[in-house]
Design a protein around this ligand. Sequence first.
Ligand code: ATP
Length: 590
Amino acid sequence: MTSRLLPIFAFAAVMAVIPFIPGVPPFWIVLLDNIGLASLVAMGLVLLTGVGGLTSFGQAAFCGFGAYTTAVLTTTYGVSPWLTLPLSLLVAGFAAVFLGIITMRLSGHYLPLGTIAWGISLYYLFGKLEFLGRNDGISGIPPLSIGTWKMLDPGTIYFPIWIAVIIAALLSMNLLDSRTGRAIRALRRGHVAAEAFGVQTARAKLLVFIYAAVLAGLSGWLYAHFQRAANPTPFGPHLGIEYLFIAVVGGAGYVWGGVLGAAVVIILKEALQSYLPALLGGSGQLEAIVFGILLVALLQLAPTGMWPWVTSLLPAKDSRKRPASADALPSRAESAPADGVLLQVEKARKQFGGVVAVNDVSFEVKSCEIVALIGPNGAGKSTTFNLITGVLPATAGKVTVRGESVSGAPPQEVVKLGVARTFQHVKLVPDMTVLENVALGAHLRGSSGAIASMLRLDRADEAKLLAEAAKQIERVGLGDQMNQLAGSLSLGQQRIVEIARALCVDPMLLLLDEPAAGLRHMEKQQLAALLRQLREGGMSVLLVEHDMGFVMNLADRIVVLDFGTKIAEGTPAEIKTNPDVIKAYLGAAA
Ligand SMILES: Nc1ncnc2c1ncn2[C@@H]1O[C@H](COP(=O)(O)OP(=O)(O)OP(=O)(O)O)[C@@H](O)[C@H]1O
């Protein structure tokens, strides 16, 4: 048994024993059932909100889909509860596809607002539909049973609930620790970085949305057979907010945070409801107020949630070693273009309203060449990068890579042609290790999907991706930092991590946006040596850089932009003495 699974099996063993401990009050078991049911929903939210950065207040509605599906099928049509399980999950999943296609396009505050909107609508819909029993709901739902053993009491339904929680936790952990998981985790840093490495972000968002909905649907299915009744109240927006609360209190980025959050919130609520009126002698909503205050205090104590706070109190584990060696990933099949021109930018133009950020700029990058793009702040260098990599559509002009037009192509297509990039403002996921961040660069070189990852069938593929990531990290000289969190590195080192991530693409052209910023003198020399070595190996580099010493010693050719217009192009020696460049840039930079 691996050390990863050991704590889970220990937890499962403890949970299995609890109902058999003599003297355990039945009320505790009911509480544990409720914790398990809430854990399932919260675990989905951990992936959706904590990991993927997509806030949803509407998860309770998916519990409703799961619960009502089994309620209708078992009571009206007499279908066996076990047969309704896949159907409940399917209905919740399809509802997520439909709602996800509409809502996942929203960004910023509009996304959570969208989820509140459909959360409220579905709550009222459940209460209006005749076949769902309107506000009274559906009663007489049969219990789960195996043979003649009917799971009628809280102590027996306890087992399917907690088996579901443990399986869901395992699947979620497997998913996060995979190629698809990295893609989901990268979503939190925005679309641009993930898409630059081929991640279909819309698909990844929808996937995690469906996953969270299916877990909520499972919770709803279990709830219906636990309560033996379903009505709209537990599937309304109030509960939707509470589930999000549970995930945040537990630690929205951590699978087990969902379970811990559910335990803390449900036990706290229950304790306040039982003891507060007796203590203070009052009745009414006092416990709700105290509950709110206590949760805010908890979040002050552990702003990223209880789970990371609790685990930080445990003795630190040994960080993982270098990934085991694996078969190398196949190298890029395409060879250098016959005419030697890797990248051709022809009269590229980009206007933002009245601002002409890139003004009919033309230049090319040949095979095995290092070209620098320089110019004052706001000259249009980063915008030019964004035009080449498909982040922004050009207003006019043409960009070709190895003779193939990339105008209008999305970043996911451009990277397939062997164009990899780094960003002026570093876009790493800070709470992922250096290794995991870099492995995102090899996304397109792996093929395992979400289901294979959840079932751990992706290990051979994953080993190759991690081995490639480790190779590139060592190549850029950060082998010792491989298992550190990317956010703990200096900004200069994070830029180098971005280079390793780009190298994982096996690129023909590397686009580096200010790679030397934040590096010390020695580190700059090492970076220059690395880039020369890459050039010797057949790679081309286009770099934006303000450090003129670095550029002049490294570049074969320099293109100078000023106010979006190309004002000069030539060798470092020519550029250094060009009066226009001195006037517009070098004079000021010197
Ligand atoms: N999304 C945008 N919307 C509007 N204007 C923009 C946008 N992006 C860039 N610009 C404008 O386009 C011009 C070029 O910006 P760009 O970031 O490409 O310059 P840069 O040469 O990379 O500058 P720096 O060296 O400061 O990064 C600037 O005037 C900038 O304000």
